[in-house]
Design a protein around this ligand. Structure first.
Ligand code: CTP
Ligand code: MN
Ligand code: MN
Ligand code: MN
Length: 364
């Protein structure tokens, strides 16, 4: 709350990667509503509309004041007609009819419940919705064919719905460090994703692993997961090999946000409760592990810190404003036709002509 800010004097840049977006901001009453519409557009496979609402919400997160009237929005970018209508209604009536009816709709609630299952994407959830299914219980009841990930998703549904706390993330960090040290001395481990941005809770815990000697990291993931499995710490894991080839990353590459590091989607069995054996137990926690060669570590760090919109905007900025192509592996400069090497995130921002934004202000 800063009462003396003149909204018309605040300059907000158009790309999220040009702005500082703190975790806590002044306009959740508006951004929550816009994000419902964004999510609903995603459920309806309308990516353009989904991103438009998400960008509008993100602009409001960067404001150093609470929006009081439409005048406050006059000089802001990324606010389309539809977003402005929604904001106006909330400012005038306290809520938006479109948002409330969306939030309460059968489709929205079912899609939220079904895509909330680990291993279930929008396409699968939509098919199930059109077949009349509404919840994880319905899948079980009707005997749907589930793949291994989805089976784990249903089995651990309740635990995986519960937010992961920073304290739990720290316990998992210790476990991952111990596992990695046991199989590859000298390796480096970094906590990524929302927790690196300063979040107090998350839907999972993300780690990036590397080794200062290039090549030592090859084939590391199976060794880590074997160690964890032997300790009885894994409830589920799926490892995918590194499939990155630098020459494919230039302008000829099809646009695909997915990186090609050696990675593991897993579910940890985390001991919980007090020392008193009678009340101790365990819970399931989603953990993502990624292994990066040292030469790509800065790009991987930038790519795995998020937020998702911040990442998307970085890539859009690189392509549209700089004729460069940014991924979690590399930065390719189309004008010079060469890869730009970087050891730190700061260097990458500098190549892109952007002011460095620290992780805690990438909550776009
Ligand atoms: N990411 C990615 N490829 C994926 C999934 C995620 O590159 N297939 C990146 C995202 O771009 C993001 C980071 O990994 O930068 C973390 O993603 P995720 O765990 O989904 O989100 P968080 O920001 O950590 O939020 P949460 O607290 O909900 O986990
Ligand atoms: Mn519209
Ligand atoms: Mn995460
Ligand atoms: Mn993740």
């Amino acid at each position: 709350p800063k009462p003396n800010i003149d909204p018309t004097a605040v300059l907000i840049k158009a790309y999220a990667c040009q702005r500082r977006t703190p975790l806590k901001h002044h306009n959740s009453f508006l951004t929550d509503a816009l994000e419902i519409l964004s999510q609903n557009a995603e459920y309806n496979d309308n990516e353009g509309r989904s991103v438009a609402f998400r960008r509008a919400a993100s602009v409001l997160k960067a404001l150093p004041y609470r929006v009081k009237n439409m005048e406050d929005l006059k000089s802001l970018p990324c606010l389309g007609d539809h977003s402005q209508r929604v904001i106006k209604e909330i400012l005038e009536d306290g809520s938006s009819r479109e948002v409330e009816s969306t939030r309460q709709s059968d489709q929205f609630q079912a899609m939220k419940a079904l895509t909330g299952i680990f291993g279930v994407g929008v396409r699968t959830a939509d098919r199930w919705f059109r077949e009349g299914l509404r919840s994880p219980d319905d899948l079980f009841r009707t005997g749907q064919q589930l793949n291994r990930a989805q089976q784990a998703g249903v089995q651990y549904y309740d635990d995986l719905q519960k937010p992961v706390t920073k304290a739990e993330a720290d316990v998992i960090s210790d476990i991952v460090e111990k596992a990695v040290r046991a199989v590859l001395p000298g390796a480096e481990i970094r906590l990524m994703g929302g927790f690196r941005r300063g979040k107090e809770v998350g839907h999972d815990v993300d780690f990036l692993i590397t080794h200062p000697e290039e090549g030592k990291e090859e084939g590391l993931m199976p060794k880590i997961t074997n160690w964890l499995e032997e300790q009885g710490l894994l409830l589920y894991q799926k490892t995918t090999r590194n499939s990155y080839l630098e020459k494919m990353d230039g302008p000829a590459r099809a646009p695909n946000n997915m990186d090609r590091f050696e990675r593991c989607f897993s579910i940890f069995k985390l001991q919980t409760g007090s020392e008193r054996a009678s009340v101790s137990g365990w819970r399931a926690v989603r953990v993502d592990l990624v292994v990066s060669p040292y030469s790509q570590f800065a790009f991987a760090t930038l790519g795995w810190t998020g937020s998702k919109l911040f990442e998307r905007e970085l890539r859009r900025w690189a392509g549209q404003e700089k004729h460069m192509s940014l991924s979690s592996h590399a930065l390719f400069d189309s004008k010079q036709n060469l890869y730009l090497r970087a050891k730190t995130e700061e260097e990458i921002f500098a190549y892109l002509g952007l002011e460095f934004i620290p992780p805690s202000e990438r909550n776009a």
